[in-house]
Design a protein around this ligand. Structure first.
Ligand code: ASP
Ligand code: MG
Length: 452
């Protein structure tokens, strides 16, 4: 089935809906593109973090501080509407829900309760945005994405059911596009019993791409606070350059290896249905941005540098590995039982080195190096743990099929102690570890040698 009218799904992140003025700038962006038919929003900046804190269970005084902060962010927007009373009751009702749920969390936390609580950020931002659109004369409809975003019940990191989503979108969402502009929530969904789930932090990008896929959209626009994807983080290297066009593979590597611009899963649906994804800044929409698409002209050997901190290097030594089979299988089955995902790996005759991402919260369990895990591994082999490593990924094309890459890259890195190197598995990346304290300097030096 092909769409008659082009459809663009436009997603705005937290800073693009942070306050009344930001929301209005985002409305300007939507109105400047007649093909933008579906708007997907994050919660207003700061709200999700406050809700997450409440979900962890706080005592009364602290709870009221957070609740007040949330109320203030949303009421500062509400009060600037010409007719705030139209949705005041609704926002008040959601704030009351939050209060009740936060109190429940202070007694006993649970992943399901957390998702229910956290979903209120997106519910409120979308209601306010619709009202701003209406006051500006746009016929906009608020749509509860949970009607179509069917997910697993892995709360906090739910997986979308893509087939169910496609069917539900065609039934419930697609027919409405002809009527008015649709505004809906990123990040949230519901499992088969109807309980609210979330797709993981930063998941609104993923929502936009999933809806784009289900609607067979022509493009997905991700509006954020940076005008596109850069050769590296401009906060580390001011000379970093914007990339105008980049392939799905390259951008996916960048997202996976720490570039914060896109949620790592975002490109999966886009690749499946070959939907270009545009990344731009809602603050300066005229500044252009980056188009992520299937093919780019003349893909360069070196495209970008991504940096991910807080990596833990585990080195496992065992003489049993010598001429034996199944040692790696055993190691990985232990890691799998502990829900640990491994990023880089290298092996030698009697040892294996692997890296774990130990960034951020422990609530997902995904990256946690627990003592239970260490005990289990230690029963199998000798374990060495090195923390605070940084993973630098050089993203490019045909990297493992071009001559001289090693010399060029490692020549530039001469002053550094490189702890581990992974090269050859993908023609799009070359990864290595350096001590966390040397990461910025290594990125600067490599960038100036390869990109400037
Ligand atoms: N509001 C959610 C978060 O802060 C989802 C998103 O912004 O994409 O993680
Ligand atoms: Mg966000």
């Amino acid at each position: 089935m092909t769409q008659e009218v082009p459809i663009v799904v436009a997603k705005f992140g937290g800073t693009s809906v942070a306050d009344f003025d930001a929301m209005n700038r985002s409305v300007d962006v939507v109105l400047s593109d007649s093909q933008a038919r579906v708007v997907v929003l994050s919660a207003s900046a700061g709200v999700t973090n406050l809700l997450v804190a409440l979900a962890e269970g706080l005592e009364a005084t602290e709870r009221f501080v957070k609740l007040d902060a949330i109320r203030k962010i949303q009421f500062d927007i509400l009060e600037r509407l010409r007719q705030p009373n139209v949705i005041r009751e609704e926002i008040d009702r959601l704030l009351e829900n939050i209060t009740t749920l936060a109190e429940a969390a202070s007694l006993a936390t649970s992943p399901a309760l957390t998702d229910e609580l956290v979903s209120h950020g997106e519910l409120m931002s979308t209601l306010l945005f619709v009202e701003i659109l209406r006051e500006r004369g746009v016929d906009a409809q608020w749509f509860d994405v949970r009607k179509v975003m069917r997910t697993s019940d892995r709360f906090g990191r739910a997986e979308p059911d893509v087939a169910a989503l496609a069917e539900l979108v065609q039934q419930q969402l697609a027919p409405r596009l002809a009527e008015s502009l649709i505004v809906t929530q990123g990040f949230i969904g519901s499992e088969s019993k109807g309980r609210t789930t979330t797709l993981g932090r930063g998941g609104s990008d993923y929502t936009a791409a999933l809806l784009g896929e289900a609607l067979q959209a022509d493009r997905v626009d991700i509006w954020t606070d940076v005008p596109g994807i850069y050769t590296t983080d401009p906060r580390i290297v001011p000379a970093a350059k914007r990339i105008d066009k980049i392939s799905f593979e390259e951008a996916a590597e960048m997202a996976t290896f720490g570039a914060k611009v896109l949620h790592p899963s975002t490109l999966l649906p886009a690749v499946r249905h070959d939907i270009p994804v545009f990344v731009g800044s809602s603050k300066e929409p005229k500044a252009g941005g980056t188009l992520v698409c299937n093919k780019t002209d003349a893909p360069p050997l070196f495209r970008a540098l991504a940096l991910r901190r807080s990596q833990t290097l585990l080195t496992l030594h065992s003489l049993n590995m010598l001429h034996s089979r199944g040692f790696l299988a055993e190691v990985f089955s232990i890691l799998a039982r502990h829900s640990i995902s491994v990023d880089l790996i290298t092996t030698s005759e009697v040892s294996v080195a692997l890296t774990l991402d130990t960034t951020g919260s422990t609530s997902t369990g995904d990256t946690l190096l627990t003592s239970a895990l260490l005990t289990e591994l230690s029963s199998l082999c000798r374990v060495e743990v090195e923390e605070d490593q940084a993973l630098i990924a050089l993203i490019g094309n045909e990297l493992c099929r071009s001559v001289g890459v090693g010399k060029e890259v490692f020549g530039a890195l001469e002053p550094f102690n490189i702890r581990m190197i992974c090269y050859g598995a993908s023609s799009h990346n070359l990864c290595f570890l350096v001590p966390g304290s040397e990461a910025n300097r290594a990125v600067e030096m490599l960038h100036s040698n390869l990109f400037e």
